[in-house]
Design a protein around this ligand. Structure first.
Ligand code: FES
Length: 574
């Protein structure tokens, strides 16, 4: 109801029919104990749930969805929960990213094909957030995001440890002989000790922050810990709000504008967010036809300082961020860089939502005039090694390596890396540049998070913890280092990365935004003529994906999924 006038909703094309079809649509639903009045034209709210026990970060979502339902009922709506493909980063092989686009198709078609007027997206583990936003955007119904929330801080012995980041640190300690296997095993239960997703500023926390910065959730969505009762309140209030959004016809395209994406890019820099946000936001924008390019990331965000002292770049974790004021305090601090008039799901602008936000801990959220790191956004590199671009996160890099010329040590694929990285005979030192091929969208396949290659033990034993690494893959948002990622075009399609050989000299110049392979054009052409394309998968999703996936600089969506089809389905099923 809006001002007492009942609006004809799309769900009424199913439930509002006084004929055989209407009987079928209502009658089978009633086997769940649903009374007749629920079909009277009130907003039907689909709760799109990525619950799965194989996605531990989202394993509490059945319970959280109950709080959404409370809110929906309270506001006069009719909630219906439905499952979609869940993507658990810690379990899925060869990489969860291979299935992001597949899950987005599940979301899109499940929403469009069903009697749903508005959608609540239950998102948590890394890829579940972009997959749900992408799929929902292609339908463009009123939609609100509810993230599952980060885990509590990990604690091992007397230390705070962050999920992901602590694994990389401790596994290097084991390889360097500084930590025993027993201690390493003990740390497993100490790191991830509550419900929720990774509590570092990894990809899950980054994407939850993007949801908030884009205006797709209520304020504080990103940082409330999963176990904090205020997470349940947020779910409840989101349930209430989505009913109002349906009555207001507040569709996704009214929120996800170019201004919203520019706000998100700047917030990503300010939070020291994951490089994975680049491909995800490009793909989401692509579903809505919002013009956004890889170059925008550099132009809009690279000058923004990092305000958060959070792992993997800093010290604290998401729990600390919430107590310090959360993303609202970050947005308030970024004030001069934010488009205040960008609309959000609560019907107010992002400026109005965060105008009164306070910071309660300056050790966690630093002020703009004394930031944690200067110029922390994503840098986009171009050159003969990456004609369509590559990215690096300077704030996670070693400053002295940001301008570096070194000898390439090449790994043809991930198996080659694993086979040789621990070989004491490997001809490598800390001045070399490690190059990994075959980790891109088509090459892996699935664009794996393997770009932060482990360092050789003989380098680690010198106390060196970083080297320049270049690949066509991605990097976990919880990782760090001087790591050039997303090289496009990738090696598997014959990009220049495929032509790099051991001993070639490579120049990295991050201030100059340059990535150069120091060989002649003639030599590059000679090598290209000899290049042989790798074999492609022959069946199933792997084939569909490899045949249709776009390159990293375009967001790695399937070409056929760019854009949207709206929510109309004029033909009935009976
Ligand atoms: Fe799920 Fe990190 S493994 S968010």
């Amino acid at each position: 109801m809006t001002n007492g006038i009942r609006k004809q909703l799309r769900s009424q094309a199913w439930f509002g029919k006084a004929d055989k079809d209407g009987f079928i649509h209502r009658s089978w639903m009633k086997n769940q104990g649903l009374p007749h009045h629920l079909f009277d034209g009130r907003p039907v709210i689909g709760i799109c749930n990525t619950w799965s026990e194989l996605t531990p970060c989202n394993a509490h979502f059945r319970e959280l969805a109950e709080y959404v339902k409370r809110g929906v009922y309270e506001a006069g709506g009719f909630p219906v929960e439905f499952p979609v493909m869940s993507l658990g980063e810690s379990n899925l092989r060869p990489t969860a990213m291979l299935f992001r686009n597949l899950a987005s198709m599940d979301v899109e078609e499940s929403i469009r094909a069903n009697p749903i007027d508005g959608v609540v997206l239950m998102m948590g583990c890394d890829k579940t957030t972009p997959a749900l936003l992408m799929g929902a955007a292609s339908c463009n119904l009123p939609t609100i995001g509810v993230s599952g929330g980060p885990m509590l801080n990990g604690r091992y012995k007397d230390k705070i440890i962050g999920s992901g980041t602590g694994v990389w640190q401790m596994s290097e300690s084991v390889r360097a002989g500084q930590m025993s296997m027993q201690e390493f095993t003990d740390a497993e239960a100490s790191m991830n000790r509550s419900r929720g997703h990774c509590m570092t500023m990894g990809t899950a926390s980054t994407m939850a922050s993007m949801v908030e910065a884009l205006g797709m959730s209520l304020p504080h969505n990103a940082a409330i810990p999963a176990v904090d009762a205020r997470r349940q309140v947020l779910a409840h209030m989101s349930g209430r709000r989505i009913v109002e959004m349906v009555n207001e016809d507040l569709t996704m395209d009214k929120i996800l504008t170019r201004k919203a994406f520019e706000n998100a890019i700047r917030v990503n820099a300010a939070i020291g967010g994951s490089t994975n946000a680049v491909v995800h936001l490009l793909a989401i924008a692509g579903r809505l036809g919002v013009p956004l390019t890889l170059e925008d990331w550099d132009a809009i965000g690279s000058d923004i300082p990092c305000l958060l002292n959070l792992q993997p770049s800093g010290e604290y974790l998401m729990e600390d961020l919430y107590y310090a004021g959360g993303i609202p305090a970050v947005i308030r601090e970024l004030d001069q860089w934010i488009h205040h008039d960008a609309l959000t799901v609560n019907g107010s602008t992002i400026g109005a939502n965060n105008a009164g936000a306070e910071c309660y801990d300056r050790k966690v959220i630093l002020p703009l005039d004394a930031p944690f790191k200067d110029k922390a956004g994503i840098a986009v590199l171009k050159g003969n090694l990456a004609p369509n671009g590559a990215i690096i996160k300077p704030s996670a890099s070693t400053p002295s390596l940001l301008v570096h010329r070194g000898r390439a040590v090449v790994f043809e694929n991930i198996e080659d890396l694993h086979a040789r990285i621990n070989d004491e005979q490997l001809d490598i030192d800390e001045h070399c540049i490690m190059v990994l091929k075959g980790a891109g969208p088509k090459g892996y396949p699935g664009f794996a998070e393997v770009g932060n290659m482990p360092l050789p033990p003989k380098v680690l034993r010198k106390g060196i913890t970083d080297m320049v690494r270049i690949s066509d893959g991605r990097m976990s948002g919880t990782a760090y280092g001087t790591v050039v990622l997303h090289v496009s075009p990738e090696a598997a399609v014959g990009g220049p990365l495929a032509l790099v050989q051991n001993g070639d000299l490579i120049e990295l110049d991050v201030p100059g935004r340059r990535l150069h392979l120091d060989i002649s054009d003639a030599e590059l052409a000679r090598r290209k003529a000899l290049w042989v394309a790798p074999l492609s998968p022959q069946r199933g999703w792997h084939k569909i994906y490899v045949d249709g996936v776009q390159q990293a600089h375009l967001g790695a969506d399937l070409e056929v999924l760019a854009g949207g089809s709206g929510a109309d389905v004029p033909r009935d099923s009976h």
